[in-house]
Design a binder for this molecule. Structure first.
Ligand SMILES: Cc1ncc(C[n+]2csc(CCOP(=O)(O)OP(=O)(O)O)c2C)c(N)n1
Ligand SMILES: [Mg+2]
Length: 322
């Protein structure tokens, strides 16, 4: 099937994925300058899930994420300039320069935080779902985490409680098959399907190719619609792959924990190329236009971060949100 880029939804998918990838690659390119002093976990290759999410979530909904959270912050409508300033440790950063890449927050769009501790934001997201239910606000709480977080005890307590109380929570597992350098094969018994296992706890469950933005969108939409009706939580498993090293700006296929072959297989499933191939020929000018405007926006965000001041020592113990 050939799509026209005039389709607004597909246009938005492309723009969001291109924007996320370009921001991540720009961070990667500039990282060796030594001005970004925090660790960075980039999500190049994993752009489809946050971009489909951005077309479904409402501003009023909540979202939380993990150490690999830049894309989710942007998908929720977080401010790009203040995100880059945060990574540069500047006073104008979304966490006033005190958090860095793994502690992003933008309360103006209900992006409620990311955490360096694996699994840590899962109970936060459930608590936000509980607040929405108690206050009858119709908000949905979206929780992003990786396959590694399934191995934390808090995941089970949280999803059990959310299921029991029928909370408006969408659990989104981006299964990229690795926790740092450990593949699933050395962490979980052979043949286990994460979503099948989670189904036993009681939430409704869906899974699909997480590099096919149209499938991701359809599943996420179905889940969110059900959850918003008050029918209890959903667990979604999206299969995807990170292209760069676990933490840092480089490719790491040479260090022995994964093969170049595996990487190439996933690169063929590049979520951006897969979408672009579906567009008709007339769409290419429009794509170029989008690229130009995104590139400009990214340059401005880095300029803003570079020019911003560092926080003063006297601010060290002041609250970020006070
Ligand atoms: C409780 C805890 N244990 C271990 C770590 C070290 N650690 C940081 S990221 C990470 C991998 C998490 O893998 P996953 O949840 O699959 O996310 P991905 O990095 O693949 O996106 C680990 C083990 C940590 N930060 N917190
Ligand atoms: Mg993982």
């Amino acid at each position: 099937m050939v799509y026209s880029i005039k389709d607004k939804l597909l246009l938005n998918f492309y723009k969001s994925m291109y924007r996320i990838r370009s921001v991540e690659l720009e961070i990667s390119k500039r990282y060796s300058e030594g001005k970004m002093r925090c660790p960075v976990h980039l999500s190049v290759g994993q752009e489809a899930v946050p971009s489909a999410f951005s077309e479904i979530v409402s501003k009023n909904d909540f979202a939380v994420s993990s150490h690999r959270g830049h894309a989710h912050y942007l998908g929720k409508g977080g401010n790009l300039k203040t995100m880059i300033a945060e990574i540069y440790g500047k006073k104008t950063g979304c966490s006033k320069g005190k958090g860095g890449s793994m502690h992003l927050i933008d309360l103006s769009v209900n992006f409620m935080g990311t955490s360096a501790i694996v699994g840590n934001s899962i109970p936060m997201g459930v608590g936000l779902g509980l607040s929405a239910k108690v206050k009858k606000t119709k908000q949905v709480s979206f929780i992003f985490f990786g396959d590694g977080a399934i191995e934390e005890g808090v995941f089970y307590e949280s999803i059990n409680f959310a299921t029991l109380k029928k909370l408006p929570v969408v659990f989104i597992c981006e299964n990229n098959f690795y926790s740092v350098y450990s593949p699933l094969a050395v962490r979980q018994p052979p043949g286990r399907s994460i979503s099948k296992m989670v189904k036993g706890i009681g939430p409704k469950v869906l899974k699909c190719d997480g590099n096919d933005i149209i499938s991701v969108y359809n599943n996420l939409k179905k889940a969110t619609t059900e959850v918003r009706k008050g029918n209890g939580p959903f667990f979604l498993e999206f299969f995807t792959y990170r292209w760069l090293e676990h933490c840092g700006p480089n490719y790491d296929n040479n260090i022995g924990y994964r093969t170049e072959d595996e990487f190439r297989k996933w690169k063929k499933k590049d979520p951006i190329n897969r979408l672009v191939k579906k567009f008709d020929n007339k769409s290419y000018n429009q794509i170029k236009k989008i690229n130009r405007s995104v590139n400009k926006e990214i340059k401005e965000a880095f300029d803003f971060a570079e020019k911003s001041p560092f926080p003063h020592q006297s601010e060290a113990y002041k609250g970020v949100y006070a």
